[in-house]
Design a protein around this ligand. Structure first.
Ligand code: NDP
Length: 450
């Protein structure tokens, strides 16, 4: 008989927490998980999944236009937001159920309530004090909205997933993943969309040329991009919002959405009581085995603010469960993590940007291809694709691959495997293309562009 109620008590049933809990349960550990909101966390409920469904929905606007060039005559398409919302909600409910079953099948005890840490081995949930040999904090993050005058008038992406009606116009503030993805969603669904970003060019940290190219493509589609623009205040007037920017411009919109980053969910969890150290951004500090400053308390995923992506959190959950309960020493490899912004078109990327490569390597070679996809030769669409390969000339190793174009997320996933396997440019060149595809361009770029 163990001296503890549980071998592992997980706080937060999002991507990372559920993965760690169910795998640990599968390895025979006695596991509990507490969740006070929704099963599946941000990704399933107000993130990746509903976002991608919205992206599909938005893309139909272009598909209906494109169809004409292929001989299809479609009467004026009509979009019904309530149908999309209902169908999305039904699907998310189904996924919540799947998560519940996954936990049950692996004998994980689920507590629907807020858990608070009372000590290194004690958690309180629903009025009950429970002991655990180890506690895992996997509480994720939450949208952060700066404290500007009129903050009460704005929404975050959380609310965007449940709007009663679709606005006629929207201002989106921010220049990261969420702002750029939602700009494409709203625009595609017929909303007059303006993205306001404080810097020169959105998507700081991504390859410079890709950022410029994506901005160009989004602009061509009709999304208004306002860079170098800061918001002073937001006022409500006759049911609409006046967004006052630091210059002279005032934008009027029916909805204002802030996508200005997310903060780790570490408030009121009892972390201070237990002596868990946080970093300057409020994230839990962990070592490379996900252990916090308190040896019995662990943390994974967005609450550690390391690499805030669902597949990274699940990889961390898998590693932790294996390390703790399966006698395996596993480490997550954070190099060459592929990622995609589901903008329209997508921006997919893996490895170093050109800017990073030039800083780290003496001889960098760039291969590039910019083209109109075969599909658009008949549609009349002005959408272009840009692909880029970054190579270390001294070793021929491919350092980074970037793409802005349809399905870049799908394509870059495969390229990510090649990079993980240490592919050189010669490996790319020796690969036969699949003709005719856009992806084949990655194996047919012969002449360096710089
Ligand atoms: P990001 O951190 O990606 O971007 C935040 C943006 O807001 C930046 O452009 C930043 O500008 C700007 N910003 C920050 N503070 C302010 C401020 N006070 N005033 C004005 N602008 C501000 O956050 P997101 O909210 O877009 O997304 C959160 C995280 O979620 C992402 O980093 C990503 O890890 C994850 N995510 C992943 C997705 C995917 O994989 N497809 C999709 C959605 C989210 P600046 O650059 O100047 O600092």
């Amino acid at each position: 008989m163990s001296e503890y109620d549980y071998d592992l008590f997980v706080i937060g049933a999002g991507s990372g927490g559920v993965r760690a809990a169910r795998m640990s349960g599968g390895f025979g550990a006695k596991v509990a998980i507490a969740e006070d909101r929704y099963l599946g966390g941000t990704c399933v409920n107000v993130g990746c999944i509903p976002k991608k469904l919205f992206v599909y929905a938005a893309h139909y606007a272009e598909d209906f236009n494109d169809a004409a060039g292929y001989g299809w005559q479609v009467s004026e398409p009509v979009f019904d937001w309530s149908v999309l919302l209902n169908n999305k909600n039904t699907e998310i409910k189904r996924l919540n159920g799947i998560y519940k079953n996954l936990l049950k099948r692996n004998n994980v005890v689920l507590y629907n309530g807020r858990a608070v840490i009372e000590g290194p081995n004690t958690v309180r949930v629903n009025g009950e004090s429970l002991s655990a040999r180890r506690i895992l904090v996997a509480t994720g993050g939450w949208p952060h909205i700066p404290n500007i005058p009129g903050r009460e008038h704005v929404i975050s992406s959380n609310e965007a997933f449940f709007l009663d009606t679709l606005p006629a116009s929207v201002v989106i503030v921010g220049g990261g993943y969420i702002a750029v993805e939602f700009a494409g969603i709203f625009h595609g669904l017929g909303v007059d969309t303006t993205l306001v970003y404080r810097g020169d060019l959105f998507l700081r940290g991504f390859d410079g040329e890709m950022r410029e190219f994506l901005a160009e493509q989004m602009h061509l589609k009709g999304i208004k991009l306002l860079f170098n623009s800061r918001i002073d205040s937001i006022e409500q007037q006759n049911g609409r919002y006046l967004v006052n920017t630091a210059g002279t411009e005032t934008i009027t919109a029916d909805l204002v959405m802030y996508a200005t980053g997310r903060r780790p969910n570490t408030d009121n969890l009892g972390l201070e009581t237990a002596g868990v150290e946080l970093n300057e951004k409020g994230a839990i500090r962990v070592d490379d085995e996900y252990r916090s400053s308190v040896p019995s308390i662990y943390a994974i995923g967005d609450v550690t603010d390391h690499m805030n992506l669902t597949p990274v959190a699940t990889a961390e959950g898998t590693a932790l469960a294996n390390n703790l309960f399966n006698n395996q020493s596993r480490r997550v490899d954070y190099r060459d993590v592929p990622t995609c912004i589901f903008s329209q078109p997508n921006l997919g990327t893996v490895g170093l940007t050109e800017q990073q490569a030039r800083q780290e390597y003496a001889n960098v070679e760039i291969y590039k291809s910019r083209f109109t996809s075969l599909k658009h030769t008949l549609t009349g669409s002005s959408e272009k694709t840009l692909m880029k390969i970054i190579v270390d000339k001294d070793t021929d190793k491919v350092l980074g691959v970037h793409m802005v174009g349809p399905d870049a997320g799908e394509i870059i996933q495969g390229i990510g495997i090649a990079l993980k396997a240490g592919a050189t440019k010669a490996t790319f060149d020796a690969t036969i293309g699949i003709h005719p595809t856009a992806a084949e361009e990655f194996v047919t770029m012969r002449e360096p562009a710089g």
